[in-house]
Design a binder for this molecule. Structure first.
Ligand code: ATR
Length: 267
């Protein structure tokens, strides 16, 4: 029941109306018996959003596109990993001190950990914000990283920061890797007919992961399944980052099956 003691959590983004955050966090609060609500706020500026957190004593916030970088300078403390990535996706209000974290990073590797990352060759397709988080997560697990990206300069810059090899996009078909991770928007609605990695370079011993979850079964995962690869869909990372946020806010671990079931019913 919402009453005078109910605490507020939220997501800041623009656009934000498609966000699945409210569905899963509210379900998790209810499931854990926590008197809190989580709302989506479509905001215009990062400074105003952070001021709202202070004014209204919002307990925690998710931060999404396009504020993950611009919000950082308004916070009181940034976790070293988030600083290295250059992006914050989580704000924790610790008695008025606003702390910034990046849970995308650990979430990107969490679904891969059962298959082993250390010493494996991991090809990351893309060099944007999502790629930076994934690359830092894989580097922290001692994976050998290959970055490939349409824009060479951006790909090379990311490769340098995580000590990775850069391979130009037109040479993707020659890449030999144990793990392939798509971090681009290719395959996501409305680009659902696109495929981010050449199917002919996929072999049955590979693990193929997509960060896209609309649709859940992208053309890349479809092709990977047909080749007999192990596949990891985009919901895995999305739920893992939300789980880590929930833990930072509440010190409790949410029921991830509950989260997956709720989202699966909506996409
Ligand atoms: P995000 O923060 O979600 O990662 P981003 O920073 O805009 O978003 O990065 C998007 C990534 O997808 C980039 O690597 C981009 O490639 P460029 O660096 O060449 O822009 C990649 N990407 C998006 N659309 C693409 C397309 N149609 N073909 C190839 N790469 C694409």
């Amino acid at each position: 029941m919402i009453d005078a003691a109910t605490r507020l959590y939220c997501v800041f983004g623009n656009p934000v109306r498609h966000s699945k955050g409210p569905l899963i966090h509210n379900a998790a609060f209810k499931n854990k018996g926590i008197n809190a609500v989580y709302l989506a706020f479509e905001v215009q500026d990062a400074a105003g959003a952070v001021q709202a957190v202070r004014t209204l004593d919002i307990q925690g916030a998710s931060v999404t596109i396009p504020f993950k970088e611009s919000i950082m300078k308004h916070l009181d403390w940034i976790d070293p990993t988030a600083r290295a990535i250059g992006a914050v996706n989580t704000i924790v209000n610790e008695n008025g001190i606003l702390k910034g974290y990046n849970t995308d990073c650990q979430a990107a590797v969490a679904p891969l950990v059962p298959f082993g990352v250390s010493g494996k060759t991991v090809c990351i397709v893309g060099a944007g914000g999502a790629a930076r988080a994934v690359a830092h997560g894989v580097a922290a697990q001692n994976g050998n990283i290959i970055i490939t990206n349409r824009t060479e300069q951006k790909g090379k810059a990311l490769a340098e920061t995580v000590n990775a090899r850069f391979i130009p996009a037109n040479e993707m078909a020659n890449i030999q890797a144990d793990v392939v991770i798509n971090t681009t928007s290719i395959g996501m609605v409305p680009k659902e007919n696109g495929i981010s990695f050449p199917p002919e370079a996929l072999t049955s011993d590979m693990v193929v992961m997509d960060v896209v979850y609309t649709p859940l079964r992208t053309r890349l995962l479809d092709a990977a399944e047909q080749k007999g690869c192990t596949t990891i869909d985009g919901l895995s990372m999305f739920i893992a980052q939300a789980t880590a946020q929930f833990e930072l806010w509440t010190d409790m671990t949410p029921d991830t099956d509950l989260m997956r079931n709720i989202i699966s019913g909506t996409i």
